[in-house]
Design a protein around this ligand. Structure first.
Ligand code: CA
Length: 240
């Protein structure tokens, strides 16, 4: 799945160059030239990362980043600030309000892509194209293949996304509603029990690899992907 990058930049030539660069790098892009259009895009669907110009008509990018950080809906979306300013104090101001990185214009396409990749890898690993390997389980986002040892595991698209998310967020418990937000996307109104259905399918597929203990149910809380249990026993899980 290509990560979706929202480009907020009012200078048309720069916006076009960024769109071209990111599309060449395999990203999906959406763009806006002012705060109002940006909010309407965000209200429609959250991007995986926002590239935000420091100087926008009618609003300073720093102010806008602050608003995005305060809103429950957007507070976790990574933000990279774009700026023509080179002063260290500006950089500090940008990072203080919660921007995740800062790029000074003019920048090379290569630098831009490298910075975006680094932030995504750190903050949204499920949107990165990096192969994930845990024990003998291997997930390759480029060709959507999941293998365990030399066995190929066939997964539906939802089970695939669920597994990708869980393999990149191991050892943490996620509630059903958190999984719905992160895997199904926000603004998707499905019942929480849908999560259980897909977890069950995913476990069943993973059993083909001879393992049923990667995905654990945490009673009253949700689900967790853990590689730890694997180290404790190679025996089938017989606990009730
Ligand atoms: Ca500008």
């Amino acid at each position: 799945m290509a990560a979706k990058i929202l480009i907020v930049e009012d200078e048309a030539a720069i916006q076009e160059l960024i769109i071209y660069t990111l599309q060449q790098a395999g990203y999906e892009t959406v763009s806006a030239e002012n705060a109002e259009k940006t909010m309407s895009i965000i209200n429609n669907a959250l991007p995986d990362l926002i590239l935000l110009d420091w100087m926008l008509p009618g609003m300073n990018g720093i102010e806008f980043a602050r608003i995005l950080r305060r809103s429950e809906r957007t507070r976790l979306v990574p933000i990279i600030m774009l700026t023509a300013r080179t002063q260290e104090t500006d950089k500090v101001a940008g990072l203080e309000i919660g921007a995740d990185d800062y790029i000074t214009k003019p920048f090379s396409p290569r630098e831009l892509v490298a910075r975006i990749n680094a932030v995504l890898r750190r903050l949204v690993p499920e949107a990165s194209d990096e192969v994930v390997e845990i024990d003998e389980l291997r997930l390759d986002p480029v060709n959507h293949r999941v293998t365990a040892g030399n066995k190929e595991i066939e997964l539906g698209p939802t089970e695939y996304r669920l597994l990708h998310f869980m393999m990149t967020h191991t050892e943490r418990v996620y509630s059903r509603s958190q999984l719905l937000d992160r895997v199904w996307g926000d603004h998707v109104f499905v019942e929480e029990r849908t999560v259980d259905v897909h977890i069950r399918r995913l476990r069943k597929a993973l059993q083909l690899a001879g393992r049923d203990d990667w995905i654990q149910t945490v009673r009253g809380s949700g689900y967790r992907f853990s590689a730890v249990a694997v180290l404790q026993t190679k025996e089938p899980n017989t606990q009730i």
